[in-house]
Design a binder for this molecule. Structure first.
Ligand code: CP
Length: 311
């Protein structure tokens, strides 16, 4: 596959840096790669001779596996680095760590880090392409791209669709990236949750805010249910998980009571019984596992298009 069009950015640090054409190009390219990964021979030689380091300073299942699979399907050489089992625990800095990895001739770094802006910081200090795999509560651009891809696949279009993002928006990198991505593609976005979990600045992003879950669900075509991120909560934002679940949890009874069949999404990992019950997560209206499947194709597209910048 030859990339005739190019992304406007050398790195993928956030959806903020992509224009609508970039996003459409990624989704279109991902569509081609989805065909590839459904073929008996799932591998293409596009990234032969490219070496990619996946460096994860935070835990991950979906993103880490998905990037690694995407890289292997594109025939890249891959090295994996988990901070917990590295010399970071002996006090080595981020730049020293990455520079040591780069001296082994790495072309691209995929990084997850707990600090917002870690990818931007790295891109200013090292001479490799950086892909942000989630930086604190800031951005998770490939999650937003795979979410947009999954909505488009299910509904035919993103433009004109109404998407509500429910839950812990305050601590969510998925929320910000989704808002920016969906708006650039012409969707209407609402956030819904308790006042304490909706950031004060949210109005500046041009989204609707609704604190009543039923009203939000009756408005939307798609509900993206966020995980409550207890690991990022240093104070209590709601009385108990039980109470949160009663106010903002999506169960089958609520889903079946709506006038139309909405699509249910979740970035994972799911807290079953908190933001979503099992019968909703595993229902016909849930596209949670489609999101995971599409993540590989979308990440193949991102890596392929970024690597084409160098040619
Ligand atoms: N959606 C997501 O980022 O999941 P992981 O934390 O498992 O990568």
């Amino acid at each position: 596959m030859a990339a005739s069009q190019r992304l406007s950015s050398k790195h993928l640090l956030g959806i903020k840096d992509l224009n609508t054409q970039d996003i459409e190009l990624i989704l279109e390219t991902a569509n081609n790669f989805k065909d590839v990964i459904n073929r008996p021979i799932k591998k293409v030689p596009s990234l032969r001779d490219i070496t990619i380091a996946n460096i994860f300073f935070e835990n991950s299942t979906r993103t880490k596996l998905s990037f690694e699979l995407a890289q292997k399907r594109l025939s890249a050489d891959v090295v994996n680095f988990a901070a917990s089992s590295s010399s970071v625990s002996k006090g080595e800095t981020l730049i020293d760590t990455v520079n040591n990895i780069l001296s082994m001739k790495v072309d691209m770094v995929v990084m997850r880090h707990p600090y917002p802006g870690a990818g931007v910081f790295l891109s200013k200090h090292i001479n490799a392409q950086i892909v942000n795999a989630g930086d604190g509560a800031h951005e998770h651009p490939t999650q937003a791209l795979l979410d947009a891809f999954s909505i488009k696949e299910k509904l035919g279009e993103v433009a004109g669709k109404k998407v509500v993002i429910v839950g812990d928006v305050l601590h969510s990198r998925v929320a910000l990236s989704n808002i920016l991505c969906l708006q650039k593609l012409g969707a209407e976005v609402m956030v819904c949750g308790p006042t304490t979990l909706i950031p004060k600045y949210i109005h500046t992003l041009g989204v609707k805010v609704e604190h009543n879950l039923m009203k939000a669900l009756n408005w939307c075509d798609v509900a993206n249910m966020l995980r409550i991120q207890l690991e990022r909560q240093d104070i209590k934002y709601f009385p108990s998980l039980r109470e949160y679940s009663m106010m903002y949890g999506l169960n089958k009874q609520i889903l079946d009571s709506l006038d139309k069949k909405i699509i249910v999404m979740h970035p994972g990992p799911i807290n079953r019984g908190v933001e979503i019950t099992s019968d909703v997560a595993d229902s016909q209206q849930s596209i949670i596992l489609d999101q995971v499947e599409n993540g590989v194709a979308v990440r193949m597209a991102v890596l392929y298009l970024l690597a084409s910048q160098k040619g």
